[in-house]
Design a protein around this ligand. Sequence first.
Ligand code: PHE
Length: 338
Amino acid sequence: MLEKINELLAETNNFISTSAEEIEQFRVRMLGKKGTITLLFDEFKTIEPALKKEFGQKLNELKTLAQDKIQQMKTSLEDSSDTSSGLDLSLPGESFAIGSRHPISLIRNEIVQIFARLGFTVSEGPEIEDDWHVFSALNFPPEHPARDMQDTFFIEKNPDYLLRTHTSSVQIRVMEKQQPPIRIIMPGRVFRNEAISARSHCIFHQVEGLYIAENVSFADLKQTLMYFAKEMFGEKTKIRLRPSFFPFTEPSAEMDISCNCNGKGCNLCKYTGWLEILGCGMVDPNVLDACGIDSKKYTGFAFGMGIERIAMLKFDIKDIRMYFENDVRFLNQFKAAF
Ligand code: PHE
């Protein structure tokens, strides 16, 4: 009988279950009316009085262990399926505010996509530049007044370095490394020492384009820009090129697009019917030579536009400072834009 009790003690100790049914079966098998332990108590009555003490203690130990074990299993089972803790997994999740893309990013991405369809790929360059990449290689002679067209932030400790005033510096970096054909578009942040107002800011964004190959003509430039204007502003958009000047292009032009008022004249186009959107021209042979590209063999065109300006026209934004204020009431409005 002692051996039997020891076996049952081991079995009870090892018993583990997460099923209510199994626990109940165990209880019936051990402590039920015909359970093993219950029967052992009946047997105990017939035992010799001298052995009663030892057996009695062991048997009680077994009974208590079995009862405790069953209770413990039941409690842990209840805990794991408890819903009174306030956790209701069937409730819908809490919604949280999702951000939206900044209008500058939206327009930059759209411009990149339009030119990607014409085979242009994206190139980027540093914002802190040297004089060579921003001015000298782009055919701005030293002391030439054209440098004043772009008020520059110089690095105080070393004025050979400056914050780039235009993304044209990236053209130079690419042409120095790569021979034509080159067909790239260069989005980026630029800096000019200008008073901040509704129309101008000291930090803004440009996208510049460059195409260099054999026999590239002004007609190619015009067609490329016309495609861009229609994709960006709609099929009915007309373009107009006016002669202009940039040191790095010859001839140079500025491009206008037709205003939505259809030439009737409105505040936006200042009653001219046209809106200026970019500068462009045929790359000056001096620029190609400065970068080690044979200007007798290759020609090309370049263009550059301000992303803020394009976004202002597209979204009817009246003040350039809004882009930098991070006011969510402004930014939220572009959620559904694309
Ligand atoms: N880099 C010129 C600017 O910042 C724009 C431009 C680019 C003009 C390329 C012509 C060709 O104003």
